[in-house]
Design a binder for this molecule. Structure first.
Ligand code: GLP
Length: 241
């Protein structure tokens, strides 16, 4: 595991974007695993700037996103499909048909996890999977649990996640209680993993993830078993290490 320490969020975004961009430069038809949340926003902005400067093309890239709220569709500003469209896809030359997010409005919600898992598998292994880190140690929406869930599944969100994510909604009541998420197996199949972590609020959980036991109660701890993980974190997030 490599840890890249940065002074602040801007430097973190630059360094992480350089890693993502290098994957696409070396393999223009790369399969990128993407993430939402506030942590990757700066990185996406840098990728858009690189595209505008003509340094990068997404024309042949395929993407798979980690997760989506159950019940929210692409037009809903809080959905992760909307987030991806508006924070990255609409601004670059990607073919939207090759961008994949679990379908929050799937008519048969019971079957959606298996459909999405099969789709991701059919595309091969992610050349790189981008991740943020939840305050409770979640990756995607893999919440603390007694076991690690391997494949894409439907989860009930942890109260701490609802609390952390309510900033994007009018109130905590409006945060969906359920989400579809890649499993830890789906994530760990990626050839490379890139995690971005910023801010003091993540310092405790980042330290526990790196130094504590590998435990499904802290899902991100399983990344220590992956052979190619890079964490780009600012000094505030690394302050407890
Ligand atoms: C959200 C998402 C995760 C994200 C995490 C951290 O709930 N499901 O994919 O990485 O929480 O979010 P943020 O980057 O806003 O702190």
């Amino acid at each position: 595991m490599r840890i890249i320490r940065t002074e602040d969020y801007d430097e973190l975004s630059l360094r992480a974007a350089e890693i993502m961009a290098s994957v696409v430069t070396l393999k223009p038809d790369a399969l990128l695993g993407l993430a939402t949340g506030s942590s990757p926003l700066g990185l996406y902005k840098v990728l858009i700037e690189k595209y505008r400067r003509g340094e990068l093309s997404f024309a042949k890239v395929t993407t798979v996103n980690l997760d989506e709220y159950v019940g929210l569709g692409p037009e809903d500003e809080q959905s992760y499909r909307y987030f991806m469209d508006h924070n990255l896809f609409c601004h670059v030359d990607i073919d939207r048909e090759r961008t994949h997010v679990p379908d929050g409005l799937a008519a048969d919600g019971e079957k959606e996890p298996a459909r999405y898992e099969a789709l991701v598998r059919s595309l091969g292994r992610q050349d790189i999977q981008l991740l943020g880190l939840g305050v409770d140690g979640h990756i995607g929406f893999n919440e603390p649990d007694r076991v690690f869930h391997e494949d894409t599944h439907c989860v009930s969100l942890d109260p701490s996640t609802i609390e952390a994510n309510k900033r994007f909604f009018a109130s905590a009541e409006e945060v969906p209680r359920k989400a579809y998420t890649m499993g830890v197996g789906t994530i760990m199949r990626a050839k490379r993993i890139l995690m971005v972590v910023n801010g003091e609020a993540k310092a405790e959980v980042l330290s526990a993830m790196l130094k504590g036991p590998i435990d499904p109660m802290l899902p991100a701890s399983i990344l220590r078993l992956h052979r190619d993980v890079t964490i780009v974190a600012d000094k505030a997030a690394l302050s407890k290490l």
